[in-house]
Design a protein around this ligand. Structure first.
Ligand SMILES: [Zn+2]
Length: 313
C-alpha cells in the first residue's frame, strides 16, 4: 500500500520531538511500520533522520539459463558430459533490502545473453552480497548462493565478505508441514500475491537467443519473486527457530528482540526455557511475536548448587 507524504511527514515531525517508542505509541503503529516510513522518507528525499541501525538484510533471487545438451531422444535420457553443448549462466538477478521500497535488479543485454557472458551482472549482484549482513531467499542455501558462487569463481570474482543466510525453503521444511514448500504454493497459503507466470521454457530459450523483450520479462518475473519472498519471510519469521541474532548487529543499550531488533519485548513471569541443566527467562516480542530467551541463567546461585544433572554416557 502506498503511504501518503502527509502520513510520512507527520511521523517524521513526531520523530524530531519524541523517541521512536513514543512515536509508535502515538501513531498506534508497529516498529516495523515506523522503519518503513523512515525508509520511504529517505527514498522520497523527505528526511535526514537516520534509520534504526538494523543489519542489512537483502532478499535475493536469481534466474539462470538451462544447461544445453545434445540428446538422442526425449525419454529416460542419461546425458553424457560430452553431450553438453553449453554451460548454464546467470540471466538475471533481483533483490531488495528488508522494508525498503527500492528494488534492485539486473539482466543480461541481448549481446551478453547470446555470448553467455554474465560477468557484468555477477559484478552488480556481488555489490549487494558484499554489502549485506544477512541474505534471504527461497532455496538460498542449496541453490541461489551456490549458483552465484559458481559464476563468481568462473568470472574470476573474489568472494564477497561473509554474510549469514535465511533460507525460507529450509525454514518451511523445518518448522511446518505444508503440502508443498514451493514458493508459489506457500504464498497462496499465506494469501500473499505469488509468483507471476514465468513464461515456461519458451521464454528461457528466447532469452538465450538474445530476445530483448524476453530478457526484460525475465527481469520483471524475477522482481515479483522478491516481493513474494519478503512477505513469506515476514509471515514465517515468528516460527523460524534458527534465525540470525539481529541484536548482535545493533548498538543495544537495552534488551532487544533477536529476530526483529525491536526493544518492545515483554519478559514473561511464569514461563522459562529449560536446557538439561539450566533455566532461562523467556520474552515475547510485541512486534514480531517471536519468543527468545535471556543469555543469563534464571537460577539463583544458591539454588544452582543443588541442581543435579544427567549422565551423558
Ligand atoms: Zn521481534
Amino acid at each position: 500500500m502506498k503511504v501518503s507524504n502527509e502520513t510520512i511527514q507527520h511521523a517524521l515531525d513526531l520523530c524530531s520531538q519524541y523517541s521512536d517508542e513514543e512515536v509508535i505509541e502515538k501513531l498506534g503503529v508497529r516498529h516495523d511500520t515506523l522503519r518503513r516510513y523512515k525508509a520511504v522518507a529517505k527514498d522520497r528525499g523527505m528526511s535526514s533522520i537516520p534509520h534504526v541501525k538494523l543489519p542489512k538484510i537483502f532478499i535475493m533471487d536469481i534466474e539462470n539459463s538451462p544447461t544445453m545438451a545434445a540428446v538422442w531422444g526425449m525419454w529416460k535420457q542419461n546425458i553424457n558430459l560430452a553431450a553438453i553443448t553449453e554451460e548454464w549462466y546467470l540471466l538475471s538477478w533481483s533483490g531488495k533490502y528488508l522494508f525498503d521500497t527500492e528494488m534492485y535488479s539486473d539482466v543480461l543485454t541481448p549481446e551478453e545473453a547470446v555470448n553467455g557472458d554474465d560477468k557484468r551482472v555477477m559484478q552488480s549482484l556481488w555489490q549487494h552480497l558484499d554489502n549485506c549482513d544477512i541474505l534471504v531467499g527461497h532455496n538460498m542455501n542449496q541453490f541461489d548462493m551456490l549458483k552465484a558462487n559458481t559464476r563468481f569463481v568462473i568470472n574470476g570474482i573474489n568472494p564477497p565478505t561473509p554474510y549469514q543466510t535465511i533460507d525460507t525453503l529450509l525454514a518451511a521444511r523445518k518448522n511446518f508441514a505444508f503440502t508443498s514448500n514451493k514458493l508459489d504454493y506457500l504464498c497462496k497459503q499465506f494469501g500473499v500475491e505469488g509468483k507471476a507466470d514465468n513464461g515456461g521454457m519458451e521464454r528461457w530459450m528466447k532469452c538465450m537467443r538474445g530476445d530483448a523483450e524476453a530478457l526484460l520479462e525475465m527481469e520483471k518475473y524475477n522482481r515479483q519473486d522478491i516481493v513474494a519472498t519478503e512477505e513469506l519471510y515476514m509471515a514465517m519469521r515468528p516460527y523460524i527457530k534458527s534465525h540470525p541474532n539481529l541484536a548482535l548487529y545493533m548498538d543495544n543499550k537495552s534488551d532487544a528482540c533477536y529476530k526483529c531488533g525491536s526493544p518492545n519485548i515483554t519478559w514473561l513471569k511464569d514461563k522459562f526455557y529449560y536446557t538439561t541443566v539450566n533455566k532461562f527467562s523467556v520474552y515475547e516480542c510485541n512486534e514480531c511475536h517471536s519468543h527468545g530467551r535471556s543469555r543469563k541463567t534464571a537460577i539463583d546461585p544458591e539454588e544452582s548448587k543443588h541442581i543435579t544433572s544427567p549422565i551423558a554416557r
